[in-house]
Design a protein around this ligand. Sequence first.
Ligand code: GLU
Length: 482
Amino acid sequence: MKMRTRMAPSPTGEIHIGSMRTLLYNCALAKKSGGKFILRIEDTDRERYVEGAVERTFEVIKDYGLSWDEGPVVVGPHKPYIQSERLDIYKKYALELVEKGKAYYCFCSKERLAEMREEQEKKGFPTTKYDKHCLGLAEEEVKKYLEEGKEYVIRLNVPKGEKINFKDEVLGDLSFPSDDIDDQVLLKSDGYPTYHLAVVVDDHLMEITHILRGMEWLPSTPKHILLFKAFGWDLPKFVHLPLLREADSTKKLSKRSGSVAAVDFLKDGYLPEALLNFLMFLGWNPGTEKEIYTLEEFVEDFSIEKVQKSDLVVFDRQKLLWFNGMYIRGLDIKELLEKLSDWGKKFDVKINSKDKDFDLRVLELIRERLRTLSEWNELTDYFYNKPEIDGELLNKYSGSGEKTKEIVNKYLELYESIDEKDWNFENLEKVSHELLEKEGYKPKEAFMTLRVIVTGRSFSPPLFNTFEVLGKTNVVKRMSSI
Ligand code: GLU
């Protein structure tokens, strides 16, 4: 069967990393069957609408290397794909339900609704629900109010005492008592549909066959089932995906632990390929040891049967770093440098850079330690700027200021005597060890001291490779400053 899947973000802020996971799964499922993946913008909540969020959503999806077959910009047979441009459609369907007796006009004022809620709370109702007051209005009365132009909403007439049964393709058969469900507003007084009406109408009209969405939407599904049935439409298949939680908490992702918006992970210097690879495993498991997947391989391997049956899945930020490091090391060095420079431009970060040749040599040296592009500046600072030296650290390995001076001066004399053309890793290593032996220094006291005076730190790539790349002038200058 050719599948038609969709992702329907609401522009209420930056698109969440969890939504990118959902998008990835929907996209893969459609691609796998030669079907279509639809992007739809659900912007009917005007109070929470964030200016520019729609355009940024498009951009970030593309930056992650994903795309859609039908939707805004690319268009398709079911256009428009932006809900605020489809208001007439929702109204028509809401009225159809009223006609069928499955929905009804409600003219209750805000004050009445507030009073009703207060009373229900006083009585200790677990949740407050609309009391179906307007369902009892006579036809004549409704007509009169409409003619008078009285403000109204349209509500779904949820049947009492029924069981709403449906199957989730992963969770299995589920059943919800209809008595727990409020008479949902379908059409608001501003003429906009609510999420429930718009999502069902569009999923039907856009011929969606599979709905993969986050577990947070599970409580809405019985309402949607009621709507599909009220219209007499076939049900799509539903899959509710596990929510993401922090590794050290049972709670969902939190800004306190790091980024949560999809764009922020790019800003943090993660490569899209690594992010996608990480996201693949947040709710899906191939059942093998294989961890590195290209998008094509994932499309090939992805199936609903392999979606995890669980409420929550760990968003292991350490694992994401690991994936990113793997992808960074897997890239051709020139390509990596280009990505670094593009990243700096895109996110307005001034990255350490001198000339391409020098930058490549530095990158070669530090690439092993580079886990995100954003670590570049911090990892390479001493290649581009003279470091500040912490006196205590400088004397830590020699034991005293005097000894430090002695070591540095002996090596300074040696390095000054090296011809520029012999300033290379092999020669530096050879002559430095000869001097070590001659003076009877311990490797750690001498070489760590040199490392600190030249780089300002006790961690750096191998010392003589670092010296080679830094060049004689820099090394000698830094050592002379003792
Ligand atoms: N507009 C909803 C969202 O913001 C879509 C939920 C669904 O997939 O039905 O995620």
